[in-house]
Design a protein around this ligand. Structure first.
Ligand SMILES: NC(=O)c1ccc[n+]([C@@H]2O[C@H](COP(=O)([O-])OP(=O)(O)OC[C@H]3O[C@@H](n4cnc5c(N)ncnc54)[C@H](OP(=O)(O)O)[C@@H]3O)[C@@H](O)[C@H]2O)c1
Length: 196
């Protein structure tokens, strides 16, 4: 690891810039360099700096997620506070179960997007996972905020590939990596999708 490749910067100000410069529909995820986003129903790393970034970015806006992502959060951490939590499931009766407490259950991505427009902060709606829901919403999103983690981790759930219609914008740091307190290296990049 070369020293000039790392920085002591933290993402707080950058996250605020992203909040100020994004509207519409956004995807937000963290992945390894090989695209892993999950393993056995959880994220296979512990990076508090990214969780804080995620929380700052999405608070005040509706969040949309698949039922498995919702259930990956420990019950005491859901619903994600300060956000309308919209959960997509095919299961007709899931919304009435204890596991759904605090969620608005909907039966399709279209219904989730419609529901989001009634929520506070709906000028920016964040899709927060997981793999199935990212894949289905790629073609609808305006922006993606992606944290890349410099870790080699096995996974069973992967981020979708960003096609040619996606262009990298601002990144923190502009080159190289941030270094978390744990020593893990990571970077955050804003991607924008060209309108087709
Ligand atoms: N690294 C990150 O940033 C990040 C973010 C989020 C999640 N994750 C990880 O990703 C993994 C979960 O992702 P996943 O792909 O397995 O699951 P997911 O996308 O979270 O949820 C899948 C579920 O959503 C429902 N669903 C999907 N498409 C639907 C549709 N069109 N209509 C109705 N319901 C639909 C189904 O629920 P039913 O089965 O109830 O019908 C399906 O089983 C976990 O490991 C999690 O930790 C990582």
């Amino acid at each position: 690891m070369s020293k000039e490749n790392t920085t002591g910067e933290q993402p707080g100000d950058f996250t605020e810039q992203l909040r100020a410069s994004t509207t519409g529909l956004g995807l937000v995820w963290a992945q390894t360099s090989t695209g892993v986003i999950g393993q056995a129903g959880a994220m296979p790393w512990h990076l508090p700096e990214d969780m804080q970034h995620f929380s700052r970015l999405t608070t005040g806006h509706p969040v949309i997620m698949g039922r498995k992502t919702w259930e990956s959060f420990p019950a005491k951490y859901r619903p994600l506070p300060g956000r309308t939590n919209i959960v997509i499931t095919h299961q007709e009766t899931w919304g009435g179960t204890p596991a759904a407490e605090g969620a608005i259950a909907v039966k399709s991505l279209d219904d989730a997007l419609l529901e989001s427009q009634f929520a506070p902060g709906h000028e920016m709606v964040w899709i927060v996972g997981g793999g199935e829901i990212f894949a289905q919403s790629m073609e609808l999103a305006d922006v993606a905020v992606i944290t890349t983690i410099d870790a080699a981790t096995e996974g069973d759930t992967f981020a979708p590939e960003l096609g040619y219609d996606w262009t990298a914008g601002a990144s923190l740091p502009a080159g190289g990596w941030l270094t978390a307190d744990s020593g893990t290296r990571y970077r955050i990049t804003l991607w924008r999708r060209a309108e087709g």
